[in-house]
Design a protein around this ligand. Structure first.
Ligand code: NAD
Ligand code: DAU
Length: 354
């Protein structure tokens, strides 16, 4: 008999958000066994978890969520009691270049996991949970006003958001059809340490450091709602433990920024940190061709999560941004490692014709 009270399968734990979730769970719940399943794609990096890799309640397994036999075997080998599913292809621009990988991992991979959970827990679903981590992008785009609530209809525009929307529908279908215990959360844009430098904030930190152009899509007036990644991890912890079976929870920071305003603040922080003269980094701003299907504005209403489960963001954006910049500047080796190899080829394809 195992001494652990739960054996939680976390998928995508070597990625940006997954690594923060794993660190939180491993430290906070020594009586849970955390099994991190990750394919280690370009976005997965075991360096992200170096500090907890030898913890007695942590196990890493390299593998692909689309491989059904292997996944069922994994449930049996580790007697999985719960799933927190984060593994995904996560970058919108890459989904425009290559949609098939998004359909395979985000849709097929999710259904493979649902099938394994349904089969392995079939004798009694009680005491088990399939937690699906999703995005606000499934709701599409807002105009100048309003918020996404849990009742907002789905209206995805990119291959990425369409694949995430599809996976959300499958999770709900397994709950409604088979009674599988599930929760879903839809979160806004995350920022923080260990994010791959293809996403806006780490990409621009990397480019400013290296005196490279800052490619602003379109007029830069697109709006995103930014949340510190550790606050997302805290929300996942709260929802996992106290969320209601079958429910959806929106997670966001009530922290909207037009891209260009955020970029200017980031430039100022970088000038200070790098001892550059004021205004130096802003000169790197270069307006480039827009992202096709670019959603104008995202803004999350997370009132339900606050009122029902008591979660609130812990950090102001300016403080979180400075912490994030400090981390990247102190971890140049991490950045150099992830930007060697295939990164250059991706960068050239993505930005060459813009
Ligand atoms: P990420 O790209 O940093 O990490 C994804 C991880 O999944 C990587 O470690 C990768 O190796 C792994 N992975 C990919 N395909 C796999 C496969 N077939 N089998 C096993 N592992 C595989 O992504 P992230 O930004 O950390 O996002 C994590 C989750 O949160 C995703 O589901 C994403 O849709 C969602 N989300 C992200 C944000 C955000 O701002 N980044 C916001 C809301 C929701
Ligand atoms: O809203 C949640 C989503 O946030 C997550 O589901 C996604 O996984 C995550 O990647 C993120 O999607 P975005 O497309 O909003 O993030 P990204 O960092 O790619 O872009 C943020 C904004 O900045 C967006 O309006 C596009 C713009 N942008 C981005 C890049 C990479 C630029 O102007 N230039 C760039 O080079």
């Amino acid at each position: 008999m195992s001494d652990f009270s739960k054996h939680i399968l976390v998928t995508g734990g070597a990625g940006f958000i997954g690594s923060h979730v794993i660190r939180l769970l491993v430290h906070k719940y020594p009586d849970y066994h955390i099994i991190n399943l990750d394919k280690l794609t370009y976005a997965g990096n075991l360096e992200n978890l170096k500090d907890i890799q030898d913890a007695p309640n942590y196990t890493f397994v390299k593998g692909d969520i689309t491989e059904a036999d292997f996944i069922l075997e994994l449930f049996r080998d580790h007697d999985i009691t719960d799933v927190i599913h984060l593994a995904a292809e996560s970058h919108v621009d890459r989904s425009i270049l290559n949609p098939m990988e998004f359909i395979m991992t985000n849709v097929v991979g999710t259904v493979v996991l649902l099938n394994a959970a349904k089969a392995y827990w079939s004798s009694n679903f009680e005491g088990h949970l399939f937690y699906h981590v999703s995005t606000d992008e499934v709701y599409g785009s807002l105009g100048e006003t309003g918020f996404f609530t849990e009742q907002t209809s789905y209206d995805p525009h990119s291959p990425y958001s369409a694949s995430k929307a599809s996976s959300d529908h499958f999770v709900r279908a397994y709950h409604d059809t088979y009674g599988l215990p599930v929760v879903i959360s839809n979160c806004s844009n995350n920022y923080g340490s260990h994010q791959f430098p293809e996403k806006l904030i780490p990409l621009f930190i990397h480019n400013i450091t290296n005196n490279k152009a800052l490619p602003v899509y379109g007029d830069g007036k697109y709006t995103r709602d930014w949340l510190w990644v550790n606050d997302h991890a805290r929300a996942i912890d709260v929802i996992f433990h106290t969320g209601k079976n079958g429910e959806t929870y929106n997670i966001g920071g009530f922290n909207e920024w037009q891209n260009i305003d955020l970029i200017k603040v980031l430039c100022k922080v970088m000038d200070t940190k790098l001892n550059r003269e004021p205004g130096y980094s802003e000169k790197l701003i270069t307006y480039v061709k827009d992202r096709p299907g670019h959603d104008l504005r995202y803004a999350i209403d997370s009132t339900k999560l606050k009122e029902e489960l008591g979660w609130e963001p812990s950090l102001q954006f300016e403080e979180g941004l400075e912490k994030t910049v400090d981390w990247y500047l102190a971890n140049e080796e991490w950045l150099n490692n992830v930007t060697s190899g295939n990164y250059k080829a991706y960068y050239e394809t993505q930005y060459a014709q813009r």
